[in-house]
Design a protein. Structure first.
Length: 261
């Protein structure tokens, strides 16, 4: 392991403080960050040379420049959702042992963004991130579809019908879609038996995002080991806790991002 670069940590501390407190002089910055004035001056001069900080000589105040925003603009909502999901998924894995996936709707299907398959003793898959699951046949997709507002749901189904050949017929089948919605709402969770792979079943819950559905998280198990109903009785409480934790982390990450922006 390499030694930590203290200057980098101190420079980031100054950026964080200026972001939270606004234009400040060296005395204020030193007091709030716990750094001595000489260190503050050296770090601020460096940040100033690099374009992240500006200095008002009239008032002797340091301020952040808009260049600081480039440090966060590359972080997308998808990145934040993955960061929010994974810790809760590992906690879920500790409790139930079966693997889970976090998926988001993209281009007519569900893209798996995070997964605990590589870490589960009950998984036969080493890699799931980047794989796609059906919007209308998988538990992940059914959960997202059911939790989405009607107008958004129609757009999702239209995309699936036009972009995913194997699901086009089902996406256009109003009776089939209505049955999915009714069953999922009745059960309180989405389920599938062999919907993505033979011999594999899943149950899933949608993750609200304070607007459009953030995504969904599933629990994967062998069809021969239990039915979705049995899995729900055993594991649904733990899955709901995981969903709440993902929501909490997502909200906190967005608030932090908003402050930087």
């Amino acid at each position: 392991m390499h030694r930590n670069v203290r200057a980098l940590s101190r420079g980031l501390a100054l950026i964080g403080d200026l972001n939270a407190s606004g234009p400040s002089n060296v005395v204020q910055l030193a007091r709030r960050t716990g750094l001595n004035r000489t260190t503050c001056y050296r770090l601020l001069d460096t940040l100033r040379d690099d374009g992240y900080v500006t200095f008002d000589e009239t008032n002797a105040l340091f301020s952040l420049t808009t260049l600081v925003r480039t440090l966060s603009e590359g972080v997308s909502s998808r990145d934040l959702s993955s960061q929010a999901a994974l810790p809760a998924m590992f906690s879920l894995l500790d409790q139930v042992s079966w693997p889970s996936d976090f998926g988001v709707f993209e281009l007519g299907s569900v893209l798996i963004r995070e997964s605990t398959h590589p870490f589960s003793p009950l998984s036969v898959h080493r890699s799931m991130v980047g794989r796609r699951r059906s919007l209308v046949r998988s538990a992940l997709g059914k959960a997202i579809l059911t939790a989405s507002p009607p107008a958004l749901r129609r757009e999702m189904l239209d995309l699936t019908a036009s972009l995913v050949e194997e699901d086009a017929g089902l996406a256009k089948d109003r009776r089939f879609i209505e049955d999915i919605l009714l069953q999922t709402k009745k059960d309180g969770y989405a389920s599938s038996v062999g919907g993505s792979e033979a011999g594999i079943s899943a149950i899933a819950l949608a993750i609200p995002g304070g607007g459009p559905v953030l995504g969904s998280v599933n629990l994967i198990f062998f069809s021969s080991s239990m039915t979705p109903e049995v899995a729900a009785r055993k594991y649904l409480p733990s899955m709901r806790i995981a969903v709440k934790e993902i929501e909490r982390r997502w909200s906190a990450a967005n608030k932090a991002r908003g402050k930087i922006a």
